[in-house]
Design a protein around this ligand. Structure first.
Ligand code: SF4
Length: 300
């Protein structure tokens, strides 16, 4: 059975947020302002924080699978900038036109996602009056928000207000909105692959066996919510775990990260995710104890 060592969680993730706050280690050069795609890219025609910006940001975040966010935000920004009708509440181009736009602006999503994009836009407009804030009205955390989403879906006779968007996406969107507005929400850090990997490689996960990502997400979230409440006022801090993963962990096997990683001494090394077909048995699960690539083992 796998459980969470709450003290270890506080120690590890507290150290990450403290380093971000102090702009120490790798965070001295890399922080949300120069790495977060949501901050770097936005349509040139909007004013940061205005209605069109928030509307655009919501539609991109709802389409974000965090696989190649940089391209997604950059290309969505270009598409909206040159097709301003997309900002209009109630404007829904035909599927064929939307498909052409996605192709022109190199937004590589599965064909089904184009219909989903239009559905999400329609639901944002019709269920929330085109106002991302209304999604979070009256709810304080992700559990409440999911209850609200299910209630709306039932009332309207639809599957979900934003098909495909789950806890991680709503948390991500809350993070973005909280950076631009006074949105008050308790869950601002998506429990993404980086949080899960760091929890595994630092011994936050105890015991042994396999655990589903989604179960792990539910176990880690209350700890993250509690810990991060002490860092909410630090601008950009909600991006810290993602920045650590993206700009440090991805290089850790090939480079000496001793002076760069704020939790170097606490971590066993980059988490080896099983992506090959023969390891399908690991799909959607984390196995503990896990497989790690030794730090700096592969210099080139
Ligand atoms: S030691 Fe390496 S793998 Fe571990 S958290 Fe730091 S950068 Fe990431």
């Amino acid at each position: 059975m796998i459980t969470i060592d709450e003290e270890r969680f506080k120690e590890v993730f507290g150290q990450i947020f403290s380093a971000y706050k102090a702009r120490s280690h790798g965070f001295a050069d890399t922080h949300a302002d120069n790495l977060g795609p949501q901050r770097i890219y936005y349509p040139k025609c909007v004013k940061v924080g205005n209605r069109d910006h928030l509307y655009w940001l919501t539609l991109v975040a709802l389409s974000d699978r965090r696989t190649n966010s940089t391209m997604l935000y950059r290309n969505f920004a270009r598409m909206f900038n040159r097709n301003k009708k997309l900002f209009i509440q109630g404007y829904y181009p035909s599927h064929r036109k939307m498909e052409r736009l996605f192709r022109t602006y190199k937004i590589a999503v599965p064909v089904g996602d184009i219909a989903l994009f239009l559905e999400k836009k329609r639901h944002l407009d019709e269920l929330f009056n085109g106002d991302p804030f209304a999604i979070y009205n009256g709810v304080g955390n992700i559990d409440d928000l999911l209850i609200k989403a299910r209630r709306i879906a039932k009332l309207r006779g639809i599957d979900l207000p934003f098909p495909g968007a789950k806890e991680k996406i709503f948390t991500l969107l809350a993070m973005f909105l909280s950076e631009l507005t006074d949105l008050q929400f308790d869950d601002l850090i998506p429990i993404d692959v980086w949080v899960q990997s760091i929890a595994t490689s630092t011994g936050v996960l105890k015991g042994e066996g396999i655990i589903k990502f989604r179960v792990l997400e539910r176990l880690l979230r209350p700890n993250m919510r509690k810990l991060f409440s002490g860092f909410k006022d630090v601008p950009g801090a909600a991006n810290a775990t993602w920045i650590l993963g993206k700009s440090m962990c991805t290089h850790c096997a090939g480079r000496d990260m001793k002076d760069i990683c704020p939790i170097y001494d606490m971590c066993k090394g980059p988490f080896r995710r099983h992506r090959t077909p023969e390891s399908d048995k690991h799909s959607g699960y984390i196995e503990v104890p896990s497989d790690f690539i030794p730090k700096g083992s592969n210099p080139y």
